[in-house]
Design a protein around this ligand. Structure first.
Ligand SMILES: Nc1ncnc2c1ncn2[C@@H]1O[C@H](COP(=O)(O)OP(=O)(O)O)[C@@H](O)[C@H]1O
Ligand SMILES: [Mg+2]
Length: 256
């Protein structure tokens, strides 16, 4: 992993909310390096700033200070419009609760951002890619279904398809299994593991050590400071329990 180029980097990243009195310092000088193809997991107690970190490096939220560099390009100086384009074309997002439009079927929901991002005449390529993704993640048969007609696990796999449809440089996932039972959670983590094997760079927040064990590396956030990291190496199914157990020991030491 150490030889791979860097896809995403932050330096001295800080985020303070001034809407509160006193101001809330949520991120305090985060230095982060995510290598191309890496599956990085962010853990930490509730309120430690995990989501804020994800939003700050992906430009959904403006950091107070510091730098974010994606594929060699400084993001913090971009205009809102430029940032939206970067998000649409170079980033994919999976949230705890998938946001889908209820007036569109599953496939059109997945297609929507890819069509927006597609160059003129690129519709055909986007449709082909989305159909292939839906087949790969076992939801091809649901393409005409309404979003209320599919299970939570299927919907989350649909949101992974949507996030991948534009061939992003980074897939960001914030507690992607947080609202799912353990069977659906495994489905979704299997899908993300597959995405990672294909070479997609993933940055995922989770509070579930079993999900975190899928990553190559886990970093731990405490009160907006990165306090430790654990190198797990490439995921191997037959070592799932050992990886999770080791993570639990590490997490306990950190007071998780
Ligand atoms: N818009 C906001 N204004 C003030 N404080 C906020 C705002 N958004 C988040 N926070 C605070 O920032 C801290 C970190 O939040 P968050 O990043 O959501 O944590 P996590 O994802 O680790 O649970 C929390 O204490 C939260 O209350
Ligand atoms: Mg959060």
């Amino acid at each position: 992993m150490s030889q791979a180029p860097v896809t995403l980097e932050s330096q001295a990243l800080s985020k303070t909310y001034y809407s509160t009195d006193p101001p809330t310092e949520v991120l305090r000088g985060i230095d982060l390096t995510v290598r191309t193809g890496e599956f990085l997991v962010i853990m930490g107690a509730s309120g430690s700033g995990k989501s804020t970190l994800l939003y700050s490096v992906s430009g959904m939220d403006r950091p107070t200070s510091g730098n974010v560099v994606l594929e060699g390009r400084e993001l913090t100086s971009l205009s809102d419009a430029e940032m939206s384009t970067v998000r649409l074309t170079r980033m994919g997002f999976v949230f705890q609760q998938p946001h889908f439009l209820s007036n569109l079927d599953v496939r059109d929901n997945i297609l929507l951002p890819a069509l927006k991002a597609a160059p003129r005449g690129g519709r055909h390529a986007a449709v082909t890619r989305v159909d292939a993704l839906m087949a790969r993640f076992g939801i091809a048969h649901l393409k005409d279904h309404g979003i209320t007609q599919v299970s939570g696990g299927q919907l989350q796999r649909a949101s992974i398809c949507r996030a991948l449809a534009g061939e992003p440089a980074v897939l960001f996932a914030d507690e992607p299994t947080g609202a799912l039972n353990s069977t659906m959670s495994t489905e979704v983590m299997d899908a993300l593991t597959d995405v990672h094997r294909d070479g997609t760079t993933i940055v995922m927040v989770t509070h579930d050590p079993g999900c975190a064990a899928r990553g190559d590396r886990v970093i731990y956030l405490r009160d907006g400071v990165l306090v430790d990291s654990a190198e797990l190496g490439p995921w191997q199914e037959d070592e799932a329990q050992r990886r999770e157990d080791e993570l639990l020991v590490w997490l306990r030491k950190l007071g998780f």
